[in-house]
Design a protein around this ligand. Structure first.
Ligand SMILES: [Zn+2]
Length: 440
């Protein structure tokens, strides 16, 4: 009987339960200053995601009297092209003379670089809008006020708030995402941000998933605008300080990724692991009854005989966390911006690693999902590594026990973290925006 190592245990666990059955929560941020920092860091992290899937980024910063260092990490080393892009965004932001102008310039660089991810978000939004978009018939005065602040020119041309939203939905539905020009993407993103920044959006679009996907598309505009506004605010309040500061971006490299293959027959691996803990074997049908989200068992006539390849990597937030702790600064808090919520094991690892120091970490959200390639950072201590291994091992044993007890266990609502909401700033619109929206 061969032992089931950590990598295979995690592969089995992630195959059976894609999401852990608990509500991941984050502590409230101690101050609005932390909130501002974290939103900015999340925005920068989003702009560093250049691939359609499995690409994530994390960002933190350190400020002294002479410099601000933005440390960033991904699950892989960045390419030369990505580093040049980051440098370009930095120089555009720091040469700001006007918020709107800077936002548009940043967005013009972001869209082609992040195109794969943007198209993926757009496709998800299109799918939602093709199914069942419900636009409230009676848009109350508050949405009108919301648009008056942002699009006075558009409204002055006679486009009603209702028709603005309807025309936007029609435009999104008509788009062929893969062939969408970067100019059209810019408009889709900008208008998504404007509609999405309306807080009671529930009154306009009845479906939560649609609202979330609209805001996710709009986040690219929200992010570039927030960066421009942050620089402008710095320039306005402390121009001498800003011009004397050295502002740099520094990559923290993760270890190289590697791949492993695991036998597809995860139930056999689960039972091998169960036997090592003195537990009875489970059948595929009992496991499926206890975990209905789990893939259908193939049964004895159709055994799983193949292998699955898993890419292992140290997740970006863990790489940055270890870097932050290795700096040994006297920080009370470490703010970690991430391009998406952190997974279950990152959440656990961050808690374990920071608990060993007198430092708290701040992130904007966790999603509780399991990823089979999660790997402990190389700088983790033996105690931290053992704590994670115990978590995974206990979770597997719990699955066997629950299955033997025939208890249902993996149905619960997910906690989603909505994108940031920007405050009112009038937008700059060109004549072709009017034509693009139609009916004006
Ligand atoms: Zn993670």
């Amino acid at each position: 009987m061969s032992a089931v190592g950590f990598g295979e245990q995690l592969f089995v666990l992630a195959t059976i339960t894609h999401v852990r059955d608990y509500h991941p929560t984050v502590s409230p941020l101690p101050t609005t200053e932390h909130e501002k920092h974290l939103r900015l860091l999340d925005d920068i992290a989003l702009l560093l995601v250049t691939q359609g899937s499995s690409d994530v980024a994390a960002v933190m910063f350190e400020q002294t009297t002479q410099e601000i260092i933005f440390y960033y990490a991904k699950n892989r080393a960045t390419t030369q092209q990505e580093r040049a892009y980051i440098e370009l965004l930095r120089s555009i932001a720091l040469s700001l003379s006007d918020i709107n102008d800077c936002t548009i310039k940043l967005l013009a660089r972001v869209i082609p670089m992040c195109r794969a991810k943007i198209i993926s978000r757009l496709k998800k939004l299109i799918r939602c809008l093709l199914i069942a978009p419900v636009v409230g018939e009676d848009i109350d005065g508050t949405f009108n006020e919301h648009l008056q602040l942002r699009l006075p020119l558009l409204l002055s041309r006679g486009l009603s708030p209702t028709n603005f939203v309807r025309n936007y939905i029609s435009a999104v539905r008509a788009v062929n995402a893969a062939q969408c020009t970067n100019q059209d993407l810019e408009k889709l993103i900008r208008f998504a941000s404007i509609i999405g920044s309306y807080k009671p959006l529930k009154n306009l679009l009845s479906d939560d998933t649609t609202i979330r996907r609209l805001r996710k598309l709009g986040n690219y505009y929200t992010a570039t605008k927030r960066i421009a506004r942050t620089v402008e605010s710095f320039q306005r309040t402390n121009p001498t300080y800003l011009s004397s500061l050295n502002i740099v971006f520094r990559e923290v490299l993760p270890p190289a990724r590697y791949t492993s293959t695991y036998a597809e027959d995860y139930i056999a691996a689960l039972n091998r692991y169960g036997r090592s803990r003195g537990l009875d074997a489970v059948t595929a049908s009992a496991l499926h009854a206890a975990y209905p989200r789990n893939p259908e068992p193939k049964g004895p006539t159709c055994p799983l005989t193949g292998v699955q390849r898993v890419t292992h990597s140290v997740h970006a937030e863990c790489t940055l966390a270890m870097h932050a702790l290795s700096l040994r600064r006297e920080w009370k808090f470490v703010e970690l911006g991430v391009s998406k919520g952190s997974c279950w094991l990152c959440e656990k690892f961050l808690h374990i690693a920071f608990a060993a120091h007198d430092v708290k970490f701040l992130v904007s959200g966790f999603h509780g999902k399991l990823q089979p390639g999660w790997t402990c950072p190389p700088l983790a201590t033996a105690r931290e590594r053992a704590a994670i291994e115990t978590l995974v091992a206990d979770a597997l044993a719990e699955i066997v026990e629950r299955t033997l007890n025939r208890r249902r266990s993996d149905s619960f609502p997910l906690v989603e973290v909505d994108g940031p909401v920007q405050s009112a700033v009038e937008e700059v619109f060109a004549e072709d925006d009017m034509a693009w929206l139609g009916g004006v």
